[in-house]
Write a protein that binds this ligand. Structure first.
Ligand SMILES: [Zn+2]
Length: 425
């Protein structure tokens, strides 16, 4: 006896008219017509059913703090950093937890069931680490949180960051972070990459660094990160986040760099909403877009995921934690309007994110976790176009969020039509 059957699903790979059977929190069958009954049946009505969205790069310690203690009037990175500094002394464990919970509720409603969050370890109190470790445990039945120990003000540059990172690891943080381009010199940046990768290797942990989040074409720490990955045998477990300097790099150098990243099995994360707003700020015109070379990285066979990075915090006043908004922005900024490229943008907020986070049991095959999202769209490209309602969000076979289909009633003369913007192509 199955617990749940979703009938008449369209799958991201293009199959349609598929039933998905669920038993014991796992996917039991994925086939055209599952015989028999289940405890609950959901008619997907030919809509897209996908594994959940994955946010590969986020900052849960600052999210939803917009307006505290004041708004970012200029909208710049520098004023954002200043604001975060003003807020830090006033943070409490309970306030961070409450905002993180609120964000998790938004994420779940939007069908995002895994988030990798960086957490600042440069505050000696490590309040945010304590708070988010508690939220990770509290929310674990519904959403997977991975925490990255992030030395926001520089690993070598900040007094106590080395010791704080060790303390954060002892508390149970999952991933080693870094910010080599923010160290004082290129040499310090390279040294921080080496030291942090060695700590990861020694502790059997993954690495995810804010790497080259800069318009400086000579910011080349991704090169060190790739080489340390190879040297320490960390292939598949290391991620370069942002990589925005690649946007501005010399093409000849990039032709050498991309194969190196590929060879090292390093994952790349772009944060389109944040990269397009924070990079290129010193430019007049033409103004650089600043997002890394997503199209070229994907074409070279490198796993590229997209992150939301920020929602209503000192750096970004907007957002509702919708990974389809992120993917849509990535598509536009990267001019990824080819059919395979658009599908690649959908993958960047689903399967590629799962690969980056090394999530177990993710996917639509029998044996995978029964974590599924039913969207009010026919296929991944329509999902990107409409950023539609998440009709059902399912975790381990149980519906944990629902939204009625969104339709407008349009009255023309004496006729009333229902409009939902859907169009089968
Ligand atoms: Zn970030």
């Amino acid at each position: 006896m199955l617990d749940l059957i979703l009938r008449g699903c369209n799958l991201p790979d293009g199959r349609s008219g598929i039933d998905i059977g669920v038993a014991g929190g796992k996917i039991a069958a994925v086939e055209p017509r599952i015989a028999g009954e289940a405890g609950r049946e959901i008619d997907a009505k030919g809509r897209l059913v996908t594994p959940p969205f994955v946010d590969s790069h986020f900052h849960m310690d600052s999210t939803l703090s917009l307006g505290m203690p004041r708004l970012n009037q200029s909208g710049t990175l520098l004023e954002g950093i200043q604001l975060w500094g003003e807020l830090k002394p006033h943070l409490t464990v309970e306030a961070i937890k409450q905002r993180a919970r609120d964000l998790c509720h938004w994420a779940i409603a939007k069908g995002t069931l895994a988030i990798r969050s960086h957490v600042d370890i440069c505050d000696d109190r490590l309040l945010a680490v304590d708070a988010l470790i508690e939220v990770r445990k509290e929310m674990a039945p519904w959403i997977d949180l991975q925490l990255v120990a992030f030395p926001q003000d520089g690993y070598l540059r900040t007094k106590n960051a080395v010791a704080n990172l060790e303390r954060a690891l002892a508390k149970g943080v999952d991933v080693i972070g870094g910010i080599p381009h923010f160290e004082r010199t290129m040499a310090d940046g390279a040294e921080s990459v080496q030291l942090l990768c060695e700590i990861a290797a020694k502790n059997g942990l993954m690495v995810d660094m804010h790497c080259d989040e800069s318009d400086d074409p000579l910011s080349r720490h991704i090169e060190s990160l790739a080489m340390e990955t190879v040297r320490l045998g960390l292939q598949g477990r290391v991620t370069g986040s942002h990589l925005t300097s690649m946007h501005s790099m010399d093409n000849y150098y990039v032709s050498k760099l991309i194969p190196l990243i590929r060879e090292a099995g390093v994952h790349a994360i772009a944060n389109p909403l944040i990269n397009i707003t924070l990079q290129g700020r010193h430019d007049t015109y033409p103004k650089r877009r600043g997002m890394t070379r997503v199209k070229e990285l994907m074409a070279a066979g490198i796993n590229v995921a997209f992150g939301h990075d920020c929602v209503m915090d000192p750096w970004y006043s907007l957002g509702s934690h919708d990974m389809l908004e992120v993917a849509q922005m990535g598509l536009h900024v990267g001019q990824m309007t080819g059919v395979a490229e658009m599908k690649g943008c959908f993958d960047a907020v689903t399967v590629n994110g799962a690969k980056t986070l090394n999530l177990e049991g993710y996917g639509l095959a029998p044996g995978c976790n029964a974590d599924l999202v039913v969207l009010q769209a026919n296929d991944p490209i329509e999902a990107l176009r409409l950023r539609p309602a998440r009709l059902f969000v399912i975790r381990r076979g149980a519906v944990i969020a629902e939204c009625p289909a969104v339709e407008s009633k349009v009255s023309i003369g004496n006729r009333t039509l229902n409009v939902d913007f859907s169009r089968r192509v």
